[in-house]
Structure formats: C-alpha cells, structure tokens
Design a protein around this ligand. Structure first.
Ligand code: CUA
Length: 450
C-alpha cells in the first residue's frame, strides 16, 4: 500500500511541479515559436503517459494486493487490448516525432534574403565577420591565422577586402530581418546557444555549420558556449544585441573592413615619447612602475593591451567604479590623450621600452600557486607571458602588488562590471576562483617564479 500511495504522490506531484515551477522557457525573442510548440506536444504526450502508467500501477497494486486464498489468473493473449496499445503507442510516438521533422525542415531551409553573419569560436572567445557591400565572405584558412589576422582571412581574395570584422564578443543584428549564422571553430568543439532566440548549433573545427533565426523583439541576449570546451568553458560568453534598423546601421558603420584593419599603421614610438612624459611622472621614466604612487609597471606589456586599457579608461568603461580610487586617477590621465593616434603612439613607445622584471613584493607558496595558476595559464600562457590570441596580457615580471589589487577588484566587481569591458567581464568570472588573499598571494608567488 505505501508503494501505491508513493506512486500517486509522484504522479500528482510531478504534474503540480510542472505547472507551478518557476523554471520554464525564457520568453521567446525569435520566429521559432514552432520549437516551443513541438516541445509542448512532447510534454503533453509524455506527461499523459507518465501519469497514466503510474496511476494504473498504483491501482493494480491496490486492486490485486495479496489476499489469503487468492489465485493469480493467467491470460497469455488479449488481441483487443494489444491492438489498442499498439495504436495508442504509435500515435504518441508519431505525435512527438512528426512536428520535429516539420520544424527541422524549416531550420535547414534558410530564407533567400537572410543577412549572413559568420561566427568564429575559439577557446574562450567569440568574434564575428559580415560580408561587405559585395555580399560575399572572403575565403579563410587556419594556416593564415596570426596575431594581426585573427580571422585567418586570405589577403589575395578580393571578396574578403570589404568583409567587416567584429573583434568583440558582442554582435548586433537588425530587428525583424532573417539572420543566417555560419559557424566555425578555430580549435575544439564549441556550441553557439542563445536561449531566448531558440538558437543552438554545434561548431566543429574543420567544418562550417549553419542555422538561422529572425529576431522578433529588440534587446540584449546572452550568448553561451554550450559545449564543454576546456577549463575556461564557463567564461566563454558573448552577447547578441537586437537593434532597431537605425541603431543597427550606426553599429554597422563603426565596424572596420579587413582592408582597413590590414592598412592600419602601427603607433609611432617617436611621436609617443612626448606624450609619455605625463605617464612617466607616476609610472617612472622607463615605465618600471612605482609602488609609492600606486602606478604599476607598464614596460613589457604589448601595445595592443596598453591601447585597449587606455581606450577603456578614456571611455569610462574602466576606472569609473566608486571604489576604484587609483583607476579614477588613471581615467583622468587617459582623458588627456586626444585621439586614437595618440593612444597608439604612446602604447608603441611603452611597448618598446627595455624589459626589466619588477622586483617581487608578495610572499606565498609557489607549490600551492602552481595548481591555482593552471586556470590562468589557459589564457595567459604557461610562462605568464600573455597571448594576443586569447587577448590576455603579460603577468610574468609585472608589478605583483598591482595584480593582487586588480584580482581583488575583479573578484569584488570593482573592475570588469562595465558592459563595454568584455575581456574584464571574462576575467571577473575567472577571478571568482581566487577565494581569498592567501590564494592570490600563492598564485602571484608562482607567477614571480616564472
Ligand atoms: Cu566553447 Cu564551451
């Protein structure tokens, strides 16, 4: 009898949980209502069968429970009952499978006027490429991937010259227009998944997969990698912003073409020297850093990292948090750099300064730090020298007291909370694992030992 009661409670409880549960689909933002309907049908079919089987079992347990002198009745065939079960089962299975086939036929049939967007995945970043005015994407090859050409575009292909390169995890798409996503991966399996758009497709190195959707309401939607792709998988996040046409056109206008990126002149170190005089007041004549003034060592960092941070400070995406005292000072200084050329020039000057490691100031256990650093190494490199491909700056030989402060800032949300600072947001997720100052000290002691 307790078994029968348990089965009835299980069946009724499951039905109640389904209808009262706060966890259900996120409100849809694309044309794929048919996917929801299909899942709804499957819920109904499996739900009815689940309740029927459990209630029937409970009824049978009660009705045919053991009685003194009772005898079991053996019935080898029941053609009528078997016929009904066959029809009901076939109907249920068909009801679950047939709508899926219809929806899938739609998923693989992309509208002719769809706007093509290429999505490029790598451990643990997203970037995008759009065809230019010619409507054609240029050819790419993994062999052509370098720090300067992260998309691996073929410079000899005229179709690629006007391709728009979006070197950011944030993609914008126009409201109400069908979007065809062509997806490729540079390294391992990833998966492009956006819950509200009902879009989810694997990305396979060596292959180009595709899917499509039409956004039906504007807003910002989180893009998650939904394939376990290594230690930084959880931090592989992006955003898709669905814009009204005017806002989309403005965004599109800001994206550089491959030809513009390739023609970009590197910063002029000689021109940067005069600008650096302001920086030298705090960071030192050779950008070696000054603990007393809370100014970290800059020499040894690559120009792309210095440029990125200067832009973040200048735009207010970094150094605006009320608790970021020293960041605020730096934001005020970055504001004095008049334009992009000035940023590139001063970064070029600093990047060319002599590389003398900063003196360690932090004590900790190198052995304990080694295991913590394994996660950092995935992006910053085993030796902590940084990597342009993963957009990770150099750590080895840099000011350890400054890194300790920044790790605390990331962990506490003082840094990396601004929507424009996408790399900072990723670092904020990872810094959560450095639970206390002892762990930070051990990790930095290990970095100092490299
Ligand atoms: Cu990429 Cu998980």
């Amino acid at each position: 009898m307790p078994i029968a009661v348990a089965l009835i409670v299980l069946a009724l409880g499951s039905v109640l949980f389904h209808f009262l549960s706060p966890w259900y689909f996120t409100p849809i933002a694309s044309n794929w209502g048919a996917i929801d309907t299909t899942i709804g049908i499957t819920f109904w079919v499996t739900g009815v069968v689940f309740v029927a089987v459990n209630v029937f079992t409970a009824w049978a347990v009660i009705r045919y429970r053991s009685r003194r002198g009772g005898r079991a009745d053996y019935q080898p065939e029941n053609k009528k009952l078997e016929g009904w079960l066959l029809v009901a089962t076939a109907g249920g299975v068909a009801a679950m499978l047939a709508p899926g086939l219809l929806v899938w036929a739609n998923v693989i049939d992309v509208p002719k006027d769809a706007q093509v967007v290429e999505v490029v995945a790598q451990q643990w970043n997203w970037s995008y490429r759009l065809p230019g005015k010619d409507g054609k994407l240029g050819t790419v090859h993994p062999r052509l991937v370098t720090d300067e050409n992260p998309f691996g575009l073929n410079a000899a292909d005229p179709n690629g010259r006007d391709d728009l390169l979006v070197a950011s995890p944030e993609l914008h798409v126009p409201l109400g227009h069908p979007i065809k996503l062509v997806l490729r991966s540079k390294d391992v399996l990833h998966d492009f998944g956006i819950a509200q758009l009902r879009v989810k497709m694997d990305m396979v190195p060596g292959q180009v997969t595709y899917t499509w959707f039409t956004p039906t309401r504007s807003g910002t939607f989180d893009l998650l990698c939904e394939e376990l792709c290594g230690i930084g998988h959880f931090a592989m996040r992006g955003r898709v912003v669905v814009d009204e046409p005017a806002a989309y056109a403005a965004w599109l206008d800001r994206q550089p073409t491959f030809a513009q990126v390739a023609a970009r002149v590197p910063g002029n170190a000689t021109a940067g020297q005069a600008l650096f005089a302001t920086c030298a007041a705090c960071h030192g004549a050779h950008a070696e850093g000054n603990l007393a003034l809370n100014a970290p060592r800059l020499a040894g960092q690559p120009a792309w990292y210095l440029e990125r941070q200067l832009r973040l400070f200048k735009s207010g995406a970094r150094g605006a948090h009320e608790k970021d005292t020293y960041g605020k000072t730096m934001a005020a200084m970055a504001a004095t750099l008049p334009d992009e050329a000035a940023i590139a020039n001063v970064a070029a000057y600093i990047a060319a300064l002599p590389d003398t490691p900063a003196a360690p100031t932090i004590q900790g256990s190198i052995d304990k730090g080694r295991s913590h650093y394994a996660t950092c190494a995935a992006c910053h490199g085993a030796d902590g020298r940084g990597a342009a491909a993963t957009r990770a700056p150099r750590l080895q030989g840099m000011s350890d007291w400054y890194m300790a402060r920044q790790l605390r800032n990331f962990r506490e949300g003082v840094r990396g909370g601004n929507a424009q600072d996408t790399d900072g947001a990723q670092m904020r997720l990872v810094a959560g694992m450095l639970v206390d100052d002892a762990v930070i000290g051990d990790t930095l002691a290990y970095i100092n030992s490299r």
